[in-house]
Design a protein around this ligand. Structure first.
Ligand SMILES: Nc1ncnc2c1ncn2[C@@H]1O[C@H](COP(=O)(O)OP(=O)(O)OP(=O)(O)O)[C@@H](O)[C@H]1O
Ligand SMILES: [Mg+2]
Length: 527
């Protein structure tokens, strides 16, 4: 090669790469109109606005109008003005998760928030807006997962790859329940997205709830309430992308998101800025099309790993039929309802068992396990029907044997359902404890009939499969009846007084006259 040609090639290689840019023509609120890029941009693509004194503000294209691209920023727009250059950025946002992300706290862009070094990039790109695995190739929801919370393990049992919503009004205990799940569950990896929640809670969560041990098997993705709508939305996508990476490594991932409502609110903000018409409660139509896309990404994978998803839903005004609750309830495979009246009685976690459902039940349970929980549910239902009268002292003891029986077991069950934040419960123990409280002789329950947590007879592979052709649990889905024919200890042993006023608060079972009935005739491990 002659010297002249060599010089020209070197000069060319020193030239900046071709940069396409347009100009800012209007800014309205958080909406930026960019002119000059015409057909070069598409929805979801990025561009970078040049700002004097700072490198740039990254934006995402959310629509088009009159030949102009409409963009929304990921950060503050200070310093951006008319005529600012808008450089075309990457076309598909991706994360590059890596094993070393475990133990780290990152933001929606994958930058560290824990003061540590930058998180190392993995080899494979995980698109932030990935599609869920094809439905027909996915494995089936399978095998129970021990979430470490007694009431959920027993009554609202969750399987690997199942998706559940935790629904409640504000301040009823969603975040604290989430922290219990993070700390006590037996999942291999936990990916936790704190979306649009309070900044204060992040540090508390890491130091008090997770601790060094919990953090070591977790990745935290955080976008607090003060961050832009795009950052909040992207934090949810990032959480899912990280969970997908660990699922593809064959791990059982527990993906927790607090809260999906804040994600929906971010979508609403973006939709309204783009000029979408508000539909239900101001939520735009894209909110309801985007939510299933996100939630469907959790679930079993094509290979070994799975993503079990638990998503909190802030129920506005305690109205469980408000649009977001309604929509999420229709997508997920079960709902855990937290009840303000139960929290007011100081019984935590304030789960309303009768209103909560796991859609993998009863098929994931053995027949004996179903017998125990059906019996407990029926007693709860009878008590619930009469609760007001009992509290007012208007129920006359002896009027109805079913109600007398429900009253008798009420305190024991309330105690069973209460759990301190620090205490870990074991899935298998739960059924035995409950059988003991309900005076179902433990010898009646064949040892093997308590399903081991890690049994290989996963739901999807067994005859008990969810949606399987030949479920073997007989009539377990039938509504529970108070006239269950279980053997009980001394069902007529009721207290002497004719009338009782039952305290609604969960108090020590030993101190209550109703609970001081004769000791069970069998030995057990009641807690
Ligand atoms: N397991 C628990 N034990 C004791 N107190 C609890 C428990 N769970 C919740 N609480 C009480 O309820 C309060 C609110 O809990 P938490 O912050 O989890 O509610 P939230 O539903 O996440 O609220 P928000 O919707 O405002 O985020 C706590 O500050 C605490 O006082
Ligand atoms: Mg909260």
């Amino acid at each position: 090669m002659n010297d002249d040609l060599k010089t020209v090639i070197e000069e060319i290689s020193r030239l900046d790469k071709l940069k396409l840019y347009g100009r800012v023509k209007a800014i309205q609120g958080l909406l930026i109109e960019i002119e000059g890029l015409g057909e070069r941009l598409a929805i979801g693509e990025r561009c970078h606005l040049e700002v004097r004194g700072r490198s740039s503000v990254t934006c995402e294209i959310i629509g088009f109008r009159d030949n102009r691209a409409l963009a929304m920023p990921f950060g503050p727009l200070d310093g951006v003005g008319l005529g600012s250059r808008a450089l075309v950025g990457e076309s598909q946002a991706s994360a590059y998760p890596n094993e070393k992300w475990l133990g780290r706290v990152i933001n929606a862009l994958g930058d560290p928030l824990d003061g540590g070094p930058p998180v190392p990039k993995g080899a494979e790109a995980y698109p932030l807006c990935a599609s869920p695995p094809p439905a027909h190739q996915r494995k089936r929801v399978s095998g129970k997962i021990d979430l470490g919370v007694r009431s959920i393990n027993t009554f609202i049992t969750c399987c690997r790859g199942q998706r559940m919503g935790i629904f409640s009004g504000s301040g009823v205990g969603k975040s604290i329940l989430m922290s219990m799940l993070t700390r006590h569950s037996t999942a291999d990896v936990i990916v936790l997205g704190l979306i649009g929640e309070r900044g204060r809670e992040v540090k508390e969560f890491i130091e008090e709830d997770l601790g060094p041990e919990g953090l070591a098997r977790s990745v935290l993705v955080v976008a607090t309430s003060n961050e832009s709508a795009l950052m909040r939305r992207q934090a949810a996508f990032m959480t899912m992308a990280v969970a997908e990476y660990f699922r593809d490594q064959g791990r059982d991932v527990l993906c927790l998101m607090d809260s999906i409502t804040r994600f929906a609110m971010a979508l609403r903000e973006i939709g309204l800025s783009a000029g979408e018409p508000p539909a239900s409660k101001g939520y735009t139509p894209t909110v309801f099309s985007e939510m299933p896309k996100l939630l469907e990404r959790a679930g079993p994978g094509i290979g070994q790993g799975s993503i079990t998803g638990l998503f909190t839903v802030l129920v506005e005004g305690d109205d469980h039929n408000e649009p977001i609750s309604d929509s999420v309830r229709g997508i997920v495979d079960g709902h855990i309802v937290l009840d303000r009246t139960i929290a007011e009685r100081n019984r935590y976690p304030a789960i309303n068992i009768l209103r909560s459902v796991s859609r993998t039940l009863p098929t994931c349970n053995s027949a004996d396990e179903n017998r125990i929980i059906d019996r407990a549910r029926s007693l709860m239902a009878v008590y619930e029907d009469m609760a007001e009268l009992i509290r007012l002292g208007a129920y006359r003891h002896g009027s109805d044997p079913a109600v007398d029986e429900a009253i008798r077991y009420h305190q024991g069950m309330e105690k069973f359902l209460s759990q301190n934040k620090q205490d870990k419960a074991c899935l298998e123990e739960g059924y035995r404890e409950l059988a003991n409280i309900l005076d179902i002789p433990i010898e009646e329950i064949v040892e093997d009939s308590i399903t081991p947590v890690d049994n290989e007879s996963r739901v999807g592979n067994s005859a008990n499969a969810v949606g399987g052709e030949t479920p073997t649990v007989p009539a377990a889905a039938a509504p529970p009846t108070p006239t269950d024919n279980l053997v009980q200890k001394d069902p007529d042993a009721l207290p002497n007084s004719q009338e009782h006023r039952i305290s609604s608060a969960a108090s020590d079972v030993e101190n209550e006259p109703l609970a001081s009935a004769p000791e069970p005739i069998h030995s057990g491990d009641r807690s």
